[in-house]
Design a protein around this ligand. Structure first.
Ligand code: ADP
Length: 410
């Protein structure tokens, strides 16, 4: 075992003091000697400790600052509950998540009361476990926002911090608004359930048609099978369209949708779509007007998809016999295309969300209309990639007008 060698060094402090006569002349010198080894060693130690402390404090400050930046950038709320008196202090962001203004007080009791009843007991117990068992805290739950009464999903994590001076410690942690992720997750689950269901329908008919053909062949029936094959092909086409739609979403999300820009006149594109739609539709009156020349730079096929999507939604969500109007005009430096229908319309709170992925309005009539809630999301992404704007103006029971506008090029 290595041993520290102890070296004894004595440091002596010597001081000479003169003694003077009445005339002020020095007559003698008195010397004092003090051994100050310990003081010096102690002072040196103190200096090193102070130096180290300054270094650590600087580091702590840096870490604190980094944490602070991370917390504010991640929009994390922070809280601290004192173990002794259970008083909670919260950051401004946390208050904001709970629906309070920064200057308002928010007590622990008030925050607990805002937790949705189905989660409340679990969370209260989890907080108890933190204090009583030192358990880690990691919970997701819903709250009702204080001022606006909106429901929000939050994720909170934290733990108990104790020290010698404070055995009861304090429970500190962070809280994060995960409403968007949660809603997206729930919609995604619905979407997967719906996709499976929707794909099953054409598959069932397809297998029916194949069985019919099989039966015919077994019976030696030589009559033409054109109609059955045509019907089977129709189902195949339906499935292909659906699968292409899903593929577009995943392509888009992995950044693989490519915009092939060319210069074209929106008027020509609208006219082309007009011809195709009018020929294929007999249920609605479709009026194309006014259509002005507007030159734009963009992906012609993808912009075409947006117009077709607006149109097919207008036909899908409005009763047969009503009118659908399409217009293409120059407005404030943009080429603006709109599709109006006289259908069921969209409530304002739904109108904000229909361009979100998988979002479908929930009501009885909607349940009878097949759809996946990805059409408008794709439209919005395409328009966004053309630096344009997409929006809807709608009134329930009266109808909706969908718009998009992309910059005109000279
Ligand atoms: P899908 O039609 O496949 O459900 P979309 O993304 O095209 O998906 O549309 C999203 C939702 O917006 C629809 O489910 C519907 O609730 C609503 N919507 C779209 N177009 C209209 C319209 N013209 N009138 C009323 N509601 C519409």
């Amino acid at each position: 075992m290595a041993r520290n060698r102890v070296v004894n060094i004595s440091i002596i402090y010597t001081r000479a003091v003169p003694s003077r006569n009445e005339q002020g002349e020095i007559t003698n010198w008195f010397g004092t000697k003090t051994e100050i080894t310990e003081q010096i060693v102690a002072r040196e130690k103190l200096e090193t400790v102070q130096e180290e402390l300054r270094g650590s404090l600087h580091e702590i400050e840096q870490i604190r600052e980094q944490q602070h930046i991370a917390i504010s950038q991640a929009k994390l709320g922070t809280f601290r509950i004192d173990g002794e008196n259970k008083i909670m202090t919260s950051s401004e962001r946390l208050k904001e998540i709970f629906g309070y203004r920064p200057d308002e007080e928010m007590s622990y009791e008030a925050a607990v009361a805002q937790i949705s009843p189905e989660h409340r007991d679990r969370i209260v117990q989890a907080v108890k476990d933190v204090f009583e068992k030192g358990a880690d805290y990691d919970e997701e739950y819903t709250i009702i926002s204080h001022h606006d009464g909106k429901k929000r999903w939050v994720k909170a994590t934290g733990k108990l911090y104790t020290s010698e001076g404070s055995p009861m410690g304090h429970f500190s942690g962070t809280l994060f608004d995960i409403t968007e992720q949660k809603e997206d997750e729930l919609r995604k689950n619905d979407f997967i359930a719906m996709v499976s269901h929707e794909l099953k329908t054409p598959l069932t008919s397809l297998s029916g048609f194949i069985q019919m053909l099989d039966l015919k062949a077994r019976k030696g029936d030589q009559s033409p099978s054109g109609t059955i094959i045509e019907k089977a092909m129709n189902q195949v086409r339906k499935m292909t369209t659906m699968i292409n739609g899903f593929l577009n979403v995943s392509r888009l999300e992995s950044g693989k949708i490519h915009i092939d820009s060319v210069r074209f006149d929106m008027k020509d594109l609208v006219r082309e779509i007009e011809e195709e739609t009018v020929a294929a539709n007999s249920s609605h009156h479709i009026i194309f007007h006014p259509v002005q020349t507007t030159w734009v730079n963009g992906d012609r096929d993808k912009i075409g998809q947006v117009i077709t999507n607006f149109l097919s939604n207008a036909l899908k969500y409005s009763p047969a016999g009503t009118t659908v109007q399409v217009a293409c005009v120059y407005k404030e430096g943009n080429s603006q295309v709109s599709v109006s229908d006289e259908g069921q319309g969209i409530a304002p709170n739904d109108a904000e969300k229909i361009f979100d992925r998988y979002y479908r309005v929930e009501n009885r009539s909607m349940r009878e209309i097949a759809g996946f809630g990805i059409g408008l999301y794709l439209c919005a992404e395409i328009v966004r990639r053309h630096h344009g704007r997409i929006w809807v103006a709608s009134e329930l029971q009266k109808g909706s007008t969908f718009y998009f506008a992309i910059p005109v090029t000279e």
